[in-house]
Design a protein around this ligand. Structure first.
Ligand SMILES: Nc1nc2c(ncn2[C@@H]2O[C@H](COP(=O)(O)OP(=O)(O)O)[C@@H](O)[C@H]2O)c(=O)[nH]1
Ligand SMILES: [Mg+2]
Length: 308
């Protein structure tokens, strides 16, 4: 997908978020000079769009300072200032291609997150990308908890042109992951992607299970997993932040995937997450199809969000 097409797709996906933030701010800015009352309304809009308290406050403070510096509290400056200050957030983040893999073979990517976040779907999308790049991909069906999970991941593996390692339902997820890494190495795979369970009602056990998967695959390769992606459903808003805190602390997350950006009005969560975590957003999910994944590029995100 070309750059223009990608931004266009993102722009469509962010439609409701744009309505919730940018369109409202534009209407607010039409109301005259930027004063404290206007900034207060701006904060309400940002909070209501899941931008998060810290981030909203930070943006308001920055805009207040800028208005003072510029000495022109013209309402017309509100939207451009907001856009600039949002962009500034990501200024010091190295861009890099999140699809790129390092030198280790197989390169092991593990996906974690609560049920329904979009792990399995994201694995299908990632696998398809790597296969298209000419890489050999093995998927580990380590969500052995749900009966339907094996079937679902098998469908995605097939669609993506990846190989699948699975065992029967209820078997040890760490054993499946270990098998997959070993098989991947034996078969000369470039990438091994590990699907995991996300059931919530036994959270402590889930974190323990994920840590065990880590430990066990490290018996094969001490440097694995090379990437641990936390998948968060963007439409869950602030709840997503909570998940990022929990998983981040427990399983050494190295990157985030925000799914279901399409159709949600809560895309502001991307900003809240950027503010609170040092963990970079690597990808966004913009649909249920195999091609509906995009690398997260801050400039593209902000352009799409503020597009008229
Ligand atoms: N609209 C939309 N739906 C998604 C996206 N990613 C996943 N889904 C849907 O979310 C549901 C749960 O996804 P799944 O991959 O099974 O989640 P898991 O439990 O974390 O493995 C499925 O119906 C997916 O089609 C996305 O980016 N956009
Ligand atoms: Mg799943």
């Amino acid at each position: 997908m070309g750059l223009r097409e990608r931004v266009q797709r993102l722009r469509e996906s962010l439609g409701r978020t744009r309505e919730g933030i940018v369109a409202r701010v534009a209407r607010l800015a039409g109301g005259g000079a930027i004063d404290e009352a206007m900034l207060e309304r701006l904060e309400e809009i940002l909070l209501g769009a899941d931008v998060g308290a810290q981030m909203s406050q930070g943006l308001i403070d920055a805009i207040r300072t800028r208005v003072k510096e510029e000495g022109t509290p013209d309402g017309a400056r509100l939207l451009p200032l907001l856009k600039e200050e949002i962009l500034r957030l990501w200024q010091d983040r190295a861009p890099g291609d999140p699809f790129a893999i390092g030198e280790a073979r197989p390169w092991v990517i593990m996906l974690v997150g609560i049920n329904g976040a979009g792990k399995t779907t994201t694995i299908g999308k990632l696998a398809a990308h790597h296969v298209r790049e000419g890489r050999r991909v093995v998927i580990a069906a380590a969500d052995t908890f749900r009966a339907a999970a094996n079937e679902q991941i098998a469908v995605w593996a097939d669609r993506a042109g990846a190989e699948l390692i699975r065992q029967k339902q209820g078997s040890d997820p760490a054993a499946v992951a270990f098998d997959a890494v070993r098989a991947g190495a034996a078969r000369g795979a470039d990438v091994v992607i590990i699907d995991t369970a996300g059931r919530l009602h036994t959270k402590v056990n889930l974190m323990e299970e994920l840590r065990k998967i880590r430990r066990v695959i490290q018996k094969h390769d001490p440097s694995a997993p090379h990437e641990v992606l936390l998948v968060v459903d963007a439409s869950t808003g602030q709840n997503g932040l909570q998940q990022a805190r929990q998983f981040g602390a427990s399983v050494g997350v190295t990157g985030l995937v925000l799914t279901k950006l399409d159709g949600t009005a809560r895309g502001g969560i991307v900003l809240a997450i950027a503010r609170e975590f040092d963990i970079p957003v690597r990808f966004v999910g913009v649909g249920e199809g195999i091609g509906d994944i995009q690398p997260f590029v801050p400039e593209e995100f902000v352009e799409a969000l503020f597009a008229q």
